[in-house]
Ligand binder design. Structure first.
Ligand code: NAP
Length: 322
C-alpha cells in the first residue's frame, strides 16, 4: 500500500485539480454521476487525510468520527459551506476550505440570466415556439418587465452580490438597494447604492436577487410575509441557496399574482421533483444549480480545492480557508 496521504474526492472534478493532488496524494475519485450515499461517504472517508467535498455532501460529526484521526483537511468544492459543520471540524482539528472569487462572475451572470428570463417570460415564450402554441405575432402575449432605470434589491452585497449589482447598474442604469451585515462604502460610492433594512428593500425593489449565505439567520428569510411586502410586479431571483426561500409561500405568491415572476438556480430539494407545483407555473424559471458551471470557474475551483488540501496536509494555513 502507498504511504502517500489518502484523499477522497466525492465527484469527478476537472483534471487539473486532480493532477495537482496526485503529485502528492493517493487520490480516489467517486466516479458516478450521483453523489456517494451517506454510508459510502462514511466508508470512503475512513483513514483519509483529506476530503474534497461537494455541496451535496454533509460533513458533520459522524463523517469526522468515521474518517478518524488522520483527517487534516476538508476542501469544499464550492464557496458556500453550509453543508459543513465548521465548528465540529475545528474540534477535530480539521481545516476547512472553500473556493471563493473564481466563481463570482459565472454566478452573477446566471443571476442576470434568471432575471431576464423571468422578467421576459422566457420559458413559456420559448416553449410556445416548440409546441406550436405560437400562431402569429401577438400584441398582447408574453408581456414582461423592463430593466432600464428600475430598482434592484440585492440581499447580501458580498462578492457575487456586488458583481450582480455592477451588471445591473452598468448595464441598465438600475438603482441599487442592498442588505448586508455591514454597509459597503465602495458600492455606495461607485454605484450610488444604498444600505437599507430588509422591509425597505422588499417594498421598493422591482427586482430582488439573493446573494447571502445560508445560515440560521437567512433560512426562510423570504417567507410569506416577505413576499407580501414585495411589489406585485417584482421579479425574485435566487442563486444563493434554496432554503433561503419558503417555496410553498413562493408558489402561493407566484400563482396568486402577488409577485410577477421568479428565477431559481437553487431549490429545496435539489433536484426539484418533476411533479413539483413550482415547475407547473409559467412565471417560474428553474435551473439545475449551474451558477458556477463554466469551464473557467470549475477548473479554478478544482485548483483551489487541491491547493487547500495540500496546504492542510502540510499543516499550513489554507490559501482559501473558511
Ligand atoms: P460573500 O462574499 O461572503 O457574500 C455574502 C454576503 O451576504 C455578504 O455581503 C454578507 O454581508 C451578506 N449577508 C450575510 N448574512 C446576511 C443576512 N442575514 N442578510 C443579508 N445579507 C447577509 O459570499 P459570495 O461569494 O458572494 O457567495 C454568496 C452565496 O452564493 C454563497 O454562500 C453560496 O451559498 C451562493 N453561491 C451559489 C452558487 C450557485 O451555483 N448558484 C455559486 C456560488 C455561490 P457582510 O459582507 O456584511 O458580512
Amino acid at each position: 500500500m502507498s504511504d502517500k496521504p489518502r484523499v477522497f474526492v466525492t465527484r469527478t472534478i476537472p483534471k487539473a485539480g486532480l493532477d495537482r493532488l496526485r503529485e502528492v496524494c493517493e487520490v480516489e475519485v467517486w466516479p458516478k454521476p450521483k453523489p456517494p450515499r451517506r454510508d459510502t461517504l462514511l466508508d470512503k472517508a475512513r483513514g483519509c487525510a483529506g476530503l474534497v467535498t461537494m455541496l451535496s455532501d454533509k460533513v458533520d460529526e459522524t463523517v469526522l468520527t468515521a474518517a478518524g484521526d488522520d483527517l487534516k483537511v476538508v476542501a469544499n468544492y464550492a464557496v458556500g459551506y453550509n453543508n459543513i459543520d465548521v465548528a465540529a471540524c475545528r474540534e477535530h482539528g480539521v481545516a476547512v476550505g472553500n473556493t471563493p472569487d473564481v466563481l463570482t462572475d459565472a454566478t452573477a451572470d446566471v443571476a442576470v440570466l434568471l432575471m431576464l428570463a423571468a422578467a421576459r417570460s422566457f420559458t413559456p415564450a420559448a416553449a410556445s415556439v416548440r409546441d406550436g402554441g405560437w400562431k402569429t405575432w401577438a400584441p398582447m402575449d408574453h408581456l414582461g418587465m423592463e430593466l432600464a432605470g428600475k430598482t434592484v434589491g440585492v440581499i447580501g452585497l458580498g462578492r457575487i452580490g456586488r458583481a450582480f449589482a455592477d451588471r445591473c447598474h452598468g448595464g441598465w442604469g438600475m438603482k441599487v438597494l442592498y442588505t448586508a451585515n455591514s454597509p459597503k462604502p465602495d458600492a455606495d460610492r461607485d454605484l450610488g447604492a444604498k444600505h437599507v433594512e430588509l422591509p425597505e428593500l422588499l417594498a421598493n425593489s422591482d427586482f430582488i436577487s439573493l446573494h447571502c449565505p445560508l445560515t440560521e439567520a437567512t433560512a426562510g428569510l423570504i417567507d410569506a410575509n416577505a413576499l407580501h411586502q414585495m411589489k406585485t410586479t417584482a421579479v425574485l431571483v435566487n442563486t444563493a441557496r434554496g432554503e433561503v426561500i419558503d417555496q410553498d409561500a413562493l408558489h402561493t405568491a407566484l400563482s396568486g399574482g402577488k409577485i410577477f415572476a421568479a428565477g431559481l438556480d437553487v431549490t429545496t430539494p435539489e433536484p426539484l421533483p418533476t411533479d413539483s407545483p413550482l415547475l407547473e407555473l409559467p412565471n417560474c424559471v428553474v435551473l439545475p444549480h449551474i451558477g458556477s458551471a463554466t469551464v473557467h470557474a470549475r477548473s479554478g475551483m478544482a485548483l483551489m480545492a487541491a491547493d487547500n488540501v495540500l496546504a492542510g496536509l502540510r499543516g499550513d494555513p489554507l490559501p482559501h480557508g473558511v
